[in-house]
Design a protein around this ligand. Structure first.
Ligand SMILES: [Zn+2]
Length: 291
């Protein structure tokens, strides 16, 4: 169990990229290295979950970590949720497992979600409309949302532009349109008891994301995937005012290291009293933990 009193911050957005048990499929390495170049990430191979745990432990920052189940859309087999959860259990002082299920799995996916919460300690779910190839308000995803809503755990959606496939022929087939946060407004309306996190400054739909989070009490925003140096002024203005209880620190590790994000955060124009909310308090509230 994470000691929430003594940790410095909670990083709500980190990725489990490298299955330990087996090497990833052909082509996956190319997707990874192209993306690392896009983000100027300083590694040749993505870190394993134990390496990620060690890194975060050394900084006294807890991390939510998840795989992305995009095997239907990309053809690359997924990193098993159970395996991620097991490695998180071995590093439960610092890692908090989220799971990822392609909504196209329908009722089977809903069953998997229930099982992961009941038996594997999963604390939330990651969805990636662009990598999974679906509109968030498509009814095909609703059996999965029903299971997530029932569990009381949050659903984190990628929004906006993505580094995945950027610069590859045809963007590796990834379609940006699915990640417009306005589609998630429908989900927030239909599942008012399910907490939702819109990941990233949602370029080119930043104002849409701010509107949805302002209008729907169950919608939060994570600030991952961008250095705070490049945050649009309107995002900082909302974080300092109406959305100060809705904004969450996230890095997007391993594409962006938390230390790089935090250094830029110090120089950005956030109000002093808002910083601890973003770094830790809002995430504790959302995860339903005390400390
Ligand atoms: Zn991400």
């Amino acid at each position: 169990m994470v000691d929430f009193k003594s940790i410095r911050a909670i990083d709500i957005h980190t990725h489990a990229e490298e299955p330990c048990g087996l090497h990833a499929d052909d082509g996956y390495d190319e997707l990874q290295t192209t993306m690392a170049k896009y983000f100027r990430a300083p590694w040749a191979h993505p870190p394993t979950i134990p390496e990620t745990a060690a890194h975060y432990r050394s900084m006294n920052i807890a991390a939510v970590i998840f795989p992305v189940d995009a095997e239907r859309e990309t053809g690359f087999r997924r990193y098993k949720n159970e395996e991620v959860a097991e490695l998180c259990a071995q590093n439960s002082d610092i890692l908090i497992p989220f799971a990822s299920i392609d909504p196209h799995k329908g009722k089977l996916g809903a069953r998997e979600a229930r099982n992961l919460v009941e038996h594997h300690g999963v604390q939330g779910f990651k969805l990636h409309p662009t990598m999974q190839g679906f509109y968030p308000n498509d009814r095909l995803a609703y059996p999965l949302y029903e299971a997530i809503a029932e569990s009381g755990k949050p659903a984190l959606f990628h929004t906006g532009q993505t580094g995945v496939g950027a610069g590859m022929p045809g963007g590796n087939g990834m379609k940006l349109k699915y990640s417009n946060p306005m589609f998630i407004d429908d989900v927030a309306a239909d599942f008012p008891d399910m907490n939702i996190i819109l990941a990233h400054p949602s370029f080119p739909w930043q104002e849409e994301a701010l509107a949805v989070a302002t209008h729907k009490p169950n919608v939060y925003i994570d600030l991952s995937g961008w250095s705070p140096k490049y945050f649009p002024p309107i995002l900082i203005r909302y974080a300092n005012t109406v959305l100060k209880h809705k904004m969450l620190f996230g890095s997007d590790w391993p594409m962006i290291a938390p230390e790089r994000w935090l250094t830029a955060f110090e120089d950005a124009e956030f109000k002093e009293e808002v910083r601890p909310l973003i770094l830790k308090q809002n995430a504790m509230q959302l995860l339903g933990v005390t400390g």
